[in-house]
Design a protein around this ligand. Structure first.
Ligand code: MCA
Ligand code: AMP
Length: 494
């Protein structure tokens, strides 16, 4: 039997007594413990009827047990589907309806809400490991024969919002995830001597695949934090060698007087991604710590695409070079752009996903027959291959590393009685990079901003909520009738 990801990431650690996860409460999980716990959980999944190819939805706390559950999913051949813990019941309902999971695992506090929307079996995962899943696993055998899964079989389904407002499930194969883990581990020279500060959520590519698949492959130690906490990170820096974060991590650290060269003396690499890192953050961080942050670029659909070099020059404002096994093309109207010409970033390689779940038309629109995926990001490439992202063709806001698609929010606002139309856009924010703002045109002038916010609240995760509503007589439009969000951004950006 072979199981591509399990064999590469987990099986080699069956007798490894080195520390894998160092937790907030001071306890640790060794690699051996992790492998055994994953096996126990895999038995529970099997008993719950989870078979190869079945979807396993997980919306739960960031714990070691949750990582073991990811390992268990791989072993059983299930397709792992993690969900942002901030999603509301109505958002989760969409994912469950679309993915039709065999099993849902959620926080015990969400059990009632989940029961209302899930026709399938539900088990719970608590932050103190007292959920029904954990209890059921305790008396299970500590070994499990991993189910046969090849490189082309699906390992995960990650939902990513879309410009049309409907989220799309990006199908990730074992090959997609493993190829990227191998590339990044090699490029960033991650080894079993590393200690990674992990403060990212584990329901997105960055915290789950980029951080954890590379650590598992290398046998690195992970300082696994339940969430981002500047004090804790500063405490951990002297014992650590590696950190991965979104730009907000770095701007928050810069606001901290204790951040010095001495504190980061043992660190060998700070990596940033998921959103643009301002050149001023890059410079300020180097001044304060002596480290040049390595910026890389990726997408849910493609895993990581480019990276600044480990050894060569890391240039602020650029995302570096295509990974060794990834092809990047910059195109204008589908044809190659010249050096220095701005165009669409397209990507091909083993890292590129298998298409959108249940959405063949959308897949065909974004994934060319040639294998190139059209990212929606606009970039420019130097003759030696260094890439800079200069804009986005897709209407997207990135707030603190979370992607927010305006269309989804506009749909919710436009459905409110008394609203004629709305335009949601991003404005610069010192903490989150961008923040969400909604311009609205009312038919009922008595409708207050607070009343609108109250109606939006239960429908959308908190991070998507507009932080400001601006009432206008009419939205600015061009001669074609298209809303000119650039005018809104300029007018309200100051
Ligand atoms: C929290 N809030 C946010 C965000 N996070 N609002 C907007 N944008 C956000 N990102 C809300 C909270 O609900 C709260 O609302 C208020 O802001 C303040 O919360 P705070 O405690 O300051 O936030 P936090 O818990 O410290 O979280 C900030 C964070 C977090 C640590 C930056 O957002 C985070 O971990 N972001 C990383 C996201 C990530 O992993 N992205 C990778 C996607 P209130 O108080 O008003 O109720 S993968 C990807 O993009 C690709 C593949 C790639 O290239 O990596
Ligand atoms: P997601 O849909 O969460 O996978 O987010 C992917 C998007 O995040 C990309 O299409 C980019 O627009 C953006 N992104 C990721 N990394 C970077 C980066 N280093 N600089 C600028 N944008 C980035």
């Amino acid at each position: 039997m072979t199981n591509t990801l399990y064999d590469a990431l987990i099986a080699p650690h069956a007798e490894n007594d080195q520390i894998f996860l160092a937790l907030d409460n001071g306890t640790c999980w060794t690699y051996r413990q992790f492998v055994q716990r994953a096996a126990q959980l895999a038995h529970v999944l099997r008993k719950a009827g989870v078979n190869a190819g079945d979807r396993l939805v997980v919306q739960g706390p960031k714990t070691a047990e949750a990582i073991a559950l990811y390992g268990a999913a791989l072993q059983t051949g299930a397709i792992y589907l993690p969900l942002n813990t901030a999603y509301t019941q109505s958002e989760v309902r969409y994912f469950v309806d679309d993915a039709t999971p065999t099993l849902v695992v959620c926080d015990p506090g969400h059990l009632d809400a989940m029961t209302d929307i899930c026709p399938c079996q539900i088990l719970t995962l608590a932050d103190d490991d007292t959920g029904s899943l954990s209890i059921a696993a305790n008396d299970q055998p500590a070994t499990f024969d991993a189910v046969d899964r090849g490189p082309d079989d699906l390992a995960a389904l990650l939902y990513t919002s879309g410009t049309t407002g409907r989220s799309k499930g990006a199908m990730m194969s074992h090959r997609n995830l493993l190829s990227n883990a191998v590339s990044l581990t090699d490029l960033w020279q991650i080894t079993d001597q590393d200690r990674l500060i992990h403060a990212l959520p584990i329901f997105h590519t960055h915290g789950l695949f980029v951080a954890l698949n590379t650590s598992l492959l290398a046998g690195a130690k992970v300082r696994f934090m339940a969430g981002f906490d500047t004090d804790k990170i500063v405490d951990e820096l002297p014992q650590s060698t590696l950190m991965m974060g979104v730009p907000t991590f770095y701007t928050r650290l810069l606001g901290y007087p204790r951040l010095t060269h001495a504190l980061a003396a043992k660190m060998r690499l700070f990596i940033s991604g998921s959103a643009p890192l301002l050149a001023e953050t890059h410079t300020a961080f180097e001044q304060r710590t002596g480290h040049r942050i390595l910026e890389r670029y990726g997408m849910t659909e493609t895993n990581m695409i480019t990276s600044n070099p480990f050894d060569g020059e890391r240039i602020a404002g650029t995302v570096g070079f295509a990974l060794p096994d990834v092809e990047v093309a910059i195109t204008v109207d589908g044809e190659p752009a010249g050096p220095g010409q701005v165009g669409m970033i397209e990507v091909r390689g083993d890292n590129v996903f298998q298409g959108y779940w249940n959405m063949p038309e959308k897949t065909a629109k974004e994934l060319r027959d040639t294998g190139f995926f059209i990212t929606g990001d606009l970039g420019v490439q130097t003759e030696d291959g260094r890439i800079s992202i200069v804009g986005r063709q897709k209407d997207l806001i990135i707030s603190g590393g979370y992607n927010i698609y305006p269309k989804e929010i506009e749909d919710v606002i436009n459905d409110i009685a008394g609203v004629l139309e709305s335009a949601v856009f991003g404005l610069p924010d010192p903490d989150f990079g961008e923040t969400v703002v909604a311009a609205i045109v009312l038919t009922d002038q008595s409708l207050s901003n607070d009343a609108i916010a109250n109606m939006v609240e239960p429908q959308l995760a908190r991070f998507k909520h507009p932080r400001r509503y601006i009432v206008m007589d009419a939205l600015p439009r061009n001669t074609m009738g298209k809303v000119q969000k650039n005018i809104l951004r300029t007018e309200y950006g100051t």
